[in-house]
Design a protein around this ligand. Sequence first.
Ligand code: TGC
Ligand code: FAD
Length: 392
Amino acid sequence: MRTDQYQGHDYYLMDELLTDEHKLIRDAAREWVKKEVSPIIEEAAENCKFPQHLLPGLASIGAFGPYIPEEYGGAGLDHIAYGLIMQELERCDSGLRSTASVQSSLVMYPIWKYGSEEQRMKFLPKLASGEWIGCFGLTEPDHGSNPGGMTTNYKDMGDHYLLNGAKMWISNAPFAQVAVVWAKNEEGRIHGILVERGMEGFTTPTMHGKWSLRASDTGELIFDNVKVPKENLLPGRSGLGAPLSCLDSARYGIAWGAIGAALDCYDVALRYSKERMQFGKPIGAFQLQQKKLAEMITEITKAQLLTLRLGQLRNEGRATSSMISMAKRNNVDMAKTVASNARQMLGGMGITGEYPIMRHMMNLESVITYEGTHDIHLLITGMDVTGFDAFK
Ligand code: TGC
Ligand code: FAD
């Protein structure tokens, strides 16, 4: 990959709406990414391996639990700061953002929100420092969009729980020390349970053959009569609403992250359009190429406005799940379109690893599928505006 020459794009002067702290955090994340990740990300994607040596650096820029209170090792920041960090990470690679958003929103968040004080003190500081990595097991081989149908279950054996079942498509699973697993009890009620590496009967095979999100490790979680200590059950909330509330936080981060991927594609295409000469002119001087660039920056700017407003509402506790669904769906779709047009603008060079666009395009195929597919989020909006539940 070439030197990372990325510069932010702020067509509607949105920086004026950010605090100095927001800008400081974003710029620190950007610099760290440029120095530590951009030079190696293409190789990581080619090798289909998350570069684990980046974990302490991710912790140092506050990417693990930015909004978790400092007493538990988090950075105690607001949700806009969280979003900006996710944007800078996904500007480089969606898999990098995935690792951080799973750790923050899907592992630290449920332990903080629904865990006991002992669980918080045991897990959160180590997760914040990157010493431990976590994963989130909701999806099963036969239950993806419909997690409420899950069959993973546990039985009360008196002094412990006995866990059986399997989860699939789990980010970070192959190297996580702890898994937040959603399973049904004997009454069929969903609870969160913390399963730790080393527990007998618990294995995490890597999933191979991905053409997308290759710089993120994905695996299965297999539970074969795993004895889980009773103190590992999350006591604070049960029912499907518990995991779905964690998804709200992660989907919110993805809405910001997708803007990062789009910004990178736009940035590369804009620079290329000024350098690449055809018919005696830079290709950026042709109206058809200008149309692509003008539409890209228009859509990016609309997404930036939508998402910053969502961040303000989330800071005030007023962002609804359906608002978050709208932003996740819109922004990922927008990023996919930007990436596709940017790739065309680079001609043949657009399909090579010398530029990041093809990698972003492939990554976004996962991003539009996980955390609720494009169509599931449309149905959530449809349900919100009509009052009719298309899932039932
Ligand atoms: P439904 O009957 O509508 O709801 C069940 C209960 O949940 C409540 N609820 C929510 N609570 C908090 N936040 C939300 N977003 C919520 N949505 C619903 C609801 O009020 C109800 O509560 P209660 O008290 O009445 O029981 O549930 P349903 O079975 O009809 O399903 C609804 C649907 C389809 C929207 C939901 O299942 C869904 O969102 N499906 C998509 C599944 C999904 O997103 N999976 C993601 C897995 S994790 C992942 O992909 C990580 S990728 C990470 C990375 O690498 O970045
Ligand atoms: P399905 O649910 O089988 O959907 C197939 C198609 O049917 C989709 O187009 C869908 O939109 C459509 N469909 C389904 N239901 C309806 C309906 N009612 N109406 C209309 N259309 C419908 N999960 C985790 O728990 N933890 C993770 O860390 C995690 N990481 C992931 C990482 C990657 C790289 C990927 C690809 C997935 C990950 N997932 C994770 C799983 C992800 O959340 C699921 O893939 C996703 O929820 C969709 O489920 P599915 O793949 O089973 O598709």
